[in-house]
Design a protein around this ligand. Structure first.
Ligand code: ZN
Length: 350
């Protein structure tokens, strides 16, 4: 779990004070900032750079690759030896990148060696996460999803969660409407997959139900207000907490195949898949479609048109590799319930 949580409108202004006791000697704090804020001079001015701290614009045009994590960690080790901490400011990709780089500052080898469950050996350097987009739950998750040479899988470990997060609803209010919806739906889908999964327990259920209720309040009412940002930020947190003790399900397992092959971003990929999952989540999908309609959002169709047999095989392999997700969704005998043919037919419908 995350050790320290600060929540509130304007909480970002406390960052300097929050980081001060975490600074060790001359070792700098490294701020990884989402590239969408590259030109945001007002935000840059609010980042508390001290001494030889560095602000690095994180290019998350594509979701983070293990090679990018290694390159950043190597560059920091070459330049500074060690750092006081890594601070990720951005959406899920930047937060996951910050977690991974912090871990690779102290763990030997390459990031790809740690893609899986409980492979990370030692704690990384201090790391803090500051979301500018809410829904992924990356601010609280014990993973950081990375695309490696062989798989798209997180470094899922007890060392992965942030030491500190700063939840400031002011930071998410300028998110583009479509992006906000797709990422918000990631949270909604986390709730449905967790609450309807076989791994569910009272811990997951308690967080999942509250997150789901917040998502319904936000996305089934027509007007977006400051309060919507506040609720979405907490929905993301609670949704992430829910999966901490359960798992996601079919939408995520299928959308990982899309993102591996086509580079489809996580939020929109989940929406594209969930739109066709009536068989698995009938009530959730009906409500999702209502949310799409009320928010006047377009969900892309036909993204698998023209793909080759080899392409479909790649996606199917990536998807079926997500064993815990399928087991959570369909039970211990999941392999008898989902065949390669069935999965191919689903991909063709997307
Ligand atoms: Zn997700």
């Amino acid at each position: 779990m995350v050790d320290y949580v600060v929540y509130g409108r304007g909480a970002f202004n406390q960052l300097d004070a929050i980081l001060a006791p975490r600074r060790t000697g001359d070792a700098p704090m490294i701020f990884l900032l989402d590239h969408q804020f590259e030109q945001a001079a007002d935000l840059h001015a609010r980042i508390p750079l001290r001494g030889n701290d560095q602000l690095i614009i994180a290019d998350v045009t594509n979701e983070p690759k293990t090679s990018y994590v290694d390159a950043l960690a190597d560059q920091l080790k070459d330049t500074f030896g060690t750092v006081s901490g890594i601070i990720g400011i951005g959406g899920g990709s930047v937060m996951d990148l910050a977690k991974a780089v912090a871990l690779m500052m102290t763990n030997p080898g390459k990031a790809q060696d740690y893609q899986g469950w409980d492979l990370v050996k030692v704690s990384g350097v201090y790391k803090a996460g500051i979301p500018t987009l809410s829904g992924t739950g990356a601010e609280v998750s014990r993973t950081c999803v990375l695309t490696g040479p062989e798989r798209k899988l997180g470094m899922n470990s007890d060392f992965t969660p942030f030491d500190q997060i700063v939840l400031d609803p002011d930071l998410i209010k300028s998110a583009p409407v479509n992006q906000r919806f797709y990422t918000g739906m990631d949270c909604y889908i986390h709730c449905i997959e967790s609450l309807e999964g076989t791994y569910l327990n009272a811990f997951s259920k308690s967080y999942g139900e509250k997150a789901l209720e917040l998502c319904q309040e936000i996305f089934l009412t027509p007007d977006w207000t400051d309060e919507s940002d506040e609720k979405l930020m907490m929905a993301s947190y609670f949704g992430g907490m829910s999966i901490a003790y359960s798992q996601v399900g079919v939408a995520h397992a299928v959308s990982y195949g899309l993102s591996y092959l086509l580079g489809t971003k996580h939020g929109i990929g989940n929406c594209i898949v969930f739109n066709h999952l009536e068989e698995y989540y009938p009530k959730g999908v009906a409500e999702f479609k209502e949310m799409v309609r009320r928010n006047n959002i377009h969900i892309p169709e036909g993204i698998c048109a023209g793909l080759s047999d080899a392409d479909f095989d790649t996606m199917i392999n990536v998807s079926l590799g997500m064993k815990p997700l399928w087991e959570n969704a369909l039970g211990k005998d999941w392999e008898s319930k989902i065949s390669r043919e069935k999965l191919r037919a689903l991909y063709e419908r997307l």
